[in-house]
Design a protein around this ligand. Sequence first.
Ligand code: SF4
Length: 62
Amino acid sequence: MKAVVDKDACIGCGLCTSICPEVFSMDDDGLAVAIDEELGEDVIDSAKEAADSCPTEAITVE
Ligand code: SF4
């Protein structure tokens, strides 16, 4: 399972980085980026919570 941020949809609010900093961070453009690796069992729930909380539904976790 991986997390992906659609940069065209992200508005840079930073919410995902607050909810799940293990997976999401802000890049130099001020938009979110997800780690490019398989999510560990310990972070999947919080990554999904971040996806559910994103105001623009920019995050996919699958
Ligand atoms: S919560 Fe959504 S809109 Fe906000 S920074 Fe994360 S991906 Fe972007």
